[in-house]
Design a protein around this ligand. Structure first.
Ligand code: PEP
Length: 250
């Protein structure tokens, strides 16, 4: 039985004082034992978030990292630096990073390897555009994204990884994939994981759905057999996130 994992993606929101106040209010409400809860904050908010989550079950994550440990990469932050701040998770290959910062599958793969080497758990995002869905190539496309992201990662490491199926047309749009559409994609991802590794490993890997998850649609999504939680953007900026976490429990 896979444990559900619900991650907040704050994106580029809040300033540290706001993050401090919001985290102080939110964390006690989502400090639960039946679901893994992660807050993926901007790097400069790690200190307030870490303070709020100290001695709780809520984990800290970030939304990006560099693919090398150190060196002449002005403005970048590496996995070992993040590990030093008790960061446990890192979102990789979010569609916004792929679209605005030209992140490729090869880059996501390099970052995933470095994250795992530093003891961080990558939350690897895959998902199709509306055009790809209309062309009926969703499954083919997300299978390839997943294979490229995991290339060269062994089954022991892969079992720790979280995959987030995030149809791009559903991110921040208020349009959610139906539970059937989300389940179909997540089941296909589990199938490709079994092909890359084996059935046992595929059964261990957690697959989230992401794309306009709200308290209104979370329960139906979480009831699907291959959906192991959610990556939540907009609704993670308010106490709606607590309600979503509650739907993930039990
Ligand atoms: C996301 O940022 O990964 C996301 C799914 O955003 P939203 O929940 O706002 O669609």
């Amino acid at each position: 039985m896979r444990r559900k994992i619900i991650a907040a993606n704050w994106k580029m929101n809040f300033v540290p004082l706001e993050a401090k106040a919001f985290a102080a209010e939110l964390v006690p409400l989502v400090d639960v034992d039946d679901v893994d809860v992660v807050i993926c904050a901007p790097h400069v908010m790690l200190c307030p978030v870490r303070t709020a989550t100290k001695d709780t079950r809520v984990a800290v994550g970030v939304q990006n990292m560099h693919f090398e440990d150190k060196g002449a990469y002005t403005g970048e932050i590496s996995a070992p630096m993040l590990a030093h701040f008790d960061v446990e998770y890192v979102i990789l290959g979010h569609s916004e990073r792929r679209a605005y910062f030209a992140e490729t599958d090869a880059l996501v793969n390099k970052k995933a390897k470095k994250a795992l080497a530093a003891g961080l758990i990558p939350i690897i995002c895959v998902g199709e555009t509306l055009e790809q869905r209309e062309q009926n190539i969703t499954i083919e496309f997300i299978r390839i994204q997943t294979k490229l992201a995991l290339a060269g990662i062994d089954s022991a490491d892969a079992a720790k990884v979280v995959i987030a199926y995030e149809p791009i047309w559903a991110i921040g749009t208020g349009v959610t994939a139906t539970a059937e559409q989300a389940e179909e994609a997540c089941a296909a991802l589990r199938q490709v994981l079994a092909e890359i590794y084996d059935k046992d490993t595929a059964e261990k890997i957690r697959i989230q759905y992401g794309g306009s998850v709200t308290p209104g649609n979370a329960a139906e999504l979480f009831a699907q057999p291959n959906i192991d939680g959610a990556l939540v953007g907009g609704a993670s900026l308010s106490l709606d996130f607590e309600k979503i976490v509650k739907y993930g429990g039990g």
